[in-house]
Write a protein that binds this ligand. Structure first.
Ligand code: FE
Length: 223
């Protein structure tokens, strides 16, 4: 079996968010799928370890905020590579509360969909939540962010808790001897792909990983 065949499936990228007792949280997911039009039903698939999973599982409501193509990597890093058990993700993020009291992300998004959970299905490491759409709105005409664009153009990575995560045996980068990889999130800094093309050693000491904000010292030279 060639597991890389699964890379041929296309996805978007979204922030799935929820609220419980005043605690707001959200996470990046690529697994938001429309199932039926009438009634309007969607599913999302979330890792059981994630706080957002816990909040949705106990409250039965969530929002899908649709990311725009120009979303900075660090914004994706905030929602995709950090845990809401350690930080308050919404502290510096513009948001408003939806009709079912879940946070709608108002920056780097093109619109949102609000859902009430109708059912759920166990999927080993993950749970598939089936939700009925109770509200939806479009903010602007920006291009939406696809998983392919995030991966190929932004050089973004997936955390190990993502449904689509697989070990990369041969990283795709140009100048192997000059590339450094973040030991936290897997992001590869390759000067050949940067503009301006600054060697890793010459980056300022307070430079941080654009995806997960790990320190420069968390990067290891690729061999
Ligand atoms: Fe990183």
């Amino acid at each position: 079996m060639n597991q890389k065949t699964l890379h041929k499936i296309t996805y978007g990228l979204y922030i799935i968010s929820a609220e419980k007792n005043g605690k707001l949280n959200g996470q990046i997911a690529n697994t938001a799928v429309q199932v039926t039009a009438d009634p309007p039903i969607m599913t999302v698939c979330l890792n059981k370890q994630n706080l957002t999973h816990e909040l949705i599982d106990s409250t039965g409501r969530f929002t899908i905020s649709i990311l725009s193509q120009n979303t900075p990597l660090e914004f994706i890093g905030l929602f995709g590579f950090k845990s809401g058990r350690d930080i308050e993700k919404f502290t510096d993020v513009k948001y408003k509360m939806s009709s079912n009291d879940t946070p709608i992300v108002l920056e780097n998004t093109v619109g949102y969909i609000v859902l009430d959970v109708e059912d759920k299905m166990d999927a080993y490491t993950h749970t598939i939540f089936k939700g009925r759409v109770v509200d939806a709105e479009i903010f602007n005409a920006d291009e939406v962010l696809t998983y392919a664009h995030y991966h190929d153009v932004k050089n973004g990575k997936s955390p190990k808790t993502a449904p689509v995560y697989i070990e990369e045996d041969e990283p795709n980068f140009k100048s192997q001897s000059e590339a450094y990889q973040c030991s936290v999130c897997g992001y590869i800094y390759d000067p050949a792909k940067e503009d301006p093309s600054i060697p890793f050693d010459e980056l300022p000491e307070d430079w941080v990983c654009p995806v997960c904000t790990a320190k420069k010292s968390a990067f290891k030279k690729m061999v």
